[in-house]
Ligand binder design. Structure first.
Ligand SMILES: Nc1ncnc2c1ncn2[C@@H]1O[C@H](COP(=O)(O)OP(=O)(O)OP(=O)(O)O)[C@@H](O)[C@H]1O
Length: 257
């Protein structure tokens, strides 16, 4: 599999030189869904911010298609950022409460007018049709176009956030605990949506979660982060194999997988 994202020997500390991330390395292939699991405070969100080039590592590099993201500036950084989009845990916090749904989902296209996703080319000349096509892609009806975030359910809000994130047809979607704020039944629907999008628009994922069952369902491979170190990387079907690291086995046992 062609490497898409390479995380190479990343170190990061904030205070007292305590490493929040310690020599973290893994690769995500094109079309692959890579799950990163670990308990609270293990460094998952820090790694997400570094992958999104929102923060710099103290050492190590992150490359997308072979290009070191943290060496880029200005136009080149903007161009690279288009290919990595993010879905956060809480859609209420990530959506602008004053924008109607249709404006929210097409807003990224205003910043990158030449970057219309392949699945949107037919409707690109009409902004509301563009927005409706994006909603359709995430399983929402166009009658929601003029609603505001507070007029949507939590699951609908997260779908809107996903529609916005895929509007530029990124190569990689970073998902940071994207189902944690949702009801259990809605969580399953959103996981199914991620799975469908992987196939329909060829997305790759860095899927960050503490939910091993979700990761096993969605991801091709899994990395386990503990105190800022990757202690185990394996194909998700081998989650319950005897070869797993003791910490992975303890996590799986704790949730009765
Ligand atoms: N900006 C910051 N300044 C100082 N310390 C920070 C900063 N960001 C994160 N940390 C510390 O780094 C460690 C890892 O935090 P991080 O948010 O990456 O963990 P996490 O695995 O995502 O946790 P959770 O699952 O609870 O979100 C924590 O000890 C946290 O307090």
């Amino acid at each position: 599999m062609q490497p898409l994202l390479e995380i190479n020997h990343i170190y990061k500390s904030y205070i007292n030189d305590i490493n929040v991330l310690h020599d973290v390395s893994f690769t995500i292939g094109a079309g692959e869904c890579f799950g990163l699991v670990g308990e609270s405070g293990s460094g998952k969100s820090t790694l997400a911010r570094i992958t999104l080039a929102l923060e710099r590592p103290d050492a190590g590099e992150v490359t997308l298609n072979g290009i070191n993201l943290h060496r880029l500036k200005g136009k080149a950084l903007r161009a690279a950022r288009r290919h990595i989009q993010v879905v956060f845990q809480d859609p209420t916090a990530s959506l602008n409460p004053r924008l109607p749904v249709w404006k929210t989902v097409i807003e990224p296209l205003d910043n990158y007018p030449d970057a219309v996703a392949a699945f949107l080319t037919e409707v690109r000349h009409n902004r509301r049709d563009l927005a409706a096509a994006l909603l359709h892609q995430v399983g929402l009806d166009r009658e929601l176009l003029d609603r505001f975030p507070h007029q949507l359910s939590g699951g609908q809000r997260q779908r809107v956030a996903i529609a916005r994130a895929i509007s530029l047809q990124p190569q990689l979607l970073v998902c940071d605990e994207p189902t944690s704020s949702l009801d259990v039944s809605i969580q399953a629907q959103i996981l199914n949506l991620f799975k469908e999008l992987k196939e329909s628009i060829g997305l790759s994922y860095l899927f960050i979660s503490h939910d091993l069952a979700a990761v096993r369902f969605l991801c091709d491979r899994v990395g386990v982060l503990r105190h800022g170190r990757v202690v185990d990387v394996f194909p998700s079907r081998e989650l319950l194999s005897r070869d797993r690291h003791a910490y992975t086995r303890a996590m799986a046992k704790a949730v009765q997988l």
